[in-house]
Design a protein around this ligand. Sequence first.
Ligand SMILES: Nc1ncnc2c1ncn2[C@@H]1O[C@H](COP(=O)(O)OP(=O)(O)OP(=O)(O)O)[C@@H](O)[C@H]1O
Length: 632
Amino acid sequence: MQTKTMQTQSIQSSGGMEKELKSLKPAQPIFIVVGLVLVVFAFCLPFLLPGGRLGNYYMTELLRTTVFCFATLGLTVGMGYAGQISLAQAAFFGLGAYSLASTTVLFGLPYWAGVVLALVIPVVTGLFLGAISLRLVTHYLALVTIGFQIIIQLVLHNWKGVTGGADGLSSIPRPFGIEDAKWFYWFCLAVLFLCILFVYRLKHSRLGRALFALREDELAASVAGVDLFKTKMLAFAICSTLGGIGGALYASGYGYISPDVFIFEQSVTFFAMLITGGADSIIGALVGTILLTWLPEWLRSFKEYYLAIYGGLIIVFLIFLPNGIWGVVSGLYGRLIKKKSRGGSPEKAGAIKFVEGKSLSYLEQANAATPIREDQVIFEVKGLKKHFGGVKAVDGVNFNVKKGDIHVLIGPNGSGKTTVINVLSGIYTATEGIVKYREKEITNHKPHLIVQMGAARTFQNIRLFPELSVIDNVMIGQHTRTKANLFHVMLNSRSAREEERKIRARAEEALAFVGFDNYFEKVKNLSYGQQRLVEIARALAAEPDLLFLDEPAAGMNPEETQELIKLIKRMNELGITMLLIEHDMQLVSQVADYITVLDFGKKISEGSVEQVLNDPEVIKAYLGEEFVRAET
Ligand SMILES: Nc1ncnc2c1ncn2[C@@H]1O[C@H](COP(=O)(O)OP(=O)(O)OP(=O)(O)O)[C@@H](O)[C@H]1O
């Protein structure tokens, strides 16, 4: 008989919630000022350059710097945000350049038709590269992109009918009305400004957070609801598009292109520009591009040594400034701000503190709409097997989880509990068996689809996004509940802004519910217990009706465990069903409605706390006689 009723506490009005909203990032007016000064300075540069032939030379260099900024901006998204290493940016740059040049010079198409192709061809090629390298990470991905770069180089050299071969293509037009060098430079600046605005908006959108989640931890991202395939493709598409735009503008600006510009060395230079400036920052990409474009010019007076000095400086930057120049500047600024706002004593990550009385209005509302039916089964596991070669980690397990229950899986180490949850949450594919969630078969569904249906999880060894702030970590949990797409982000539409406010309000509510308010601290600086809370808050932000908690009390002291018990009960009172793995029998006996016991991958017992704790087979396999004596 289902005895639980949901506590219906007062539901905050959305207006009330909005009033409580705090800003996502501390306002950093100095960066806006720096940005504006740079824009004005860049605009005025043609007037500041020396005249005569030298003026033309500087103008050309200025244009080169500007178009290179597109390529590094693309890498900011692909590598800095999404962590997808690419050593093929010069290839995309070349594809943009040749798409425009070939269509206008060789095939006589209008300029803007060439521009469209210069957008489409790099995107399609980028998506192709993304699709074939989907499962690859770090050096493997880097190797594939190098291979791709070399293929494009060969194509540019040898497909003479379309590329002009080693001679290249000349007389590439500029857009009508802006043929003059100064005007074309300003045109490039305007396009660059729009691209920067887009990349900035992307960073602060649900898509941007998904990219960062992908970079930080793919597995955690997928169980937080991020579709890894779509997100990687998005990263590759944006990276290659921006490279392509830069290439098209380069071709127009110079009027002549040949394959030797779009070579592997140039891809490495783009890579170095990004790393030197700061990989995940827009300003960093710009600073790195400006520095490494002009540095060879400034070092030319050192004659034959200049290349060695140039290379040496890059190595020094990479070794001593791993976050790039802008990483150092913003880090120093951040520390200064922290000191000022906290009277010189930065808040230390300390013991966890739970806050009672807070509610989760969005979950109360959702769950109030679906009242619990008597004995309703929410989750069914039938004949589940998961074998790793000869290891039968799970071997024909059956159990049902009733709606509203706290169902606990116990068993000795290595009995297959985590493997069961990994299969149920989509991380492992089942060797055999059926899993049904709300009467729908979900066996071997991808993790993000299972979260979308309403089943979120936490990990035994906590999997968060360490370089991101607490609030960003939790906001990622809302990914499957929201839908702003690339166009909404680009246009900064009203619906996208409203959705972003909602995401933040819910993330703040989830954090308040678990008793955490240090929003802007990077997760890597938190204590273990605090990270556990943030992980639970991220799962709550996914608006679950079922939670898988894998050993939530692991690493907690007895006081913290008592607080955790209260938290588990409060989540359950919100209507959340739970499937919990736990070794702490104090916790289990205080929260469990039903227990399933595993041993060597098989179910050996199930029932109420009393039934299971008195089952001789469970005592023999898991609890031991000492436990029974201590309990009686
Ligand atoms: N990815 C894997 N590859 C190979 N073997 C695995 C893998 N994951 C788990 N196993 C094996 O499956 C068995 C069950 O492991 P599992 O982690 O599910 O046990 P558990 O009951 O959760 O243990 P614990 O309580 O220590 O967390 C173990 O023998 C383990 O070594």
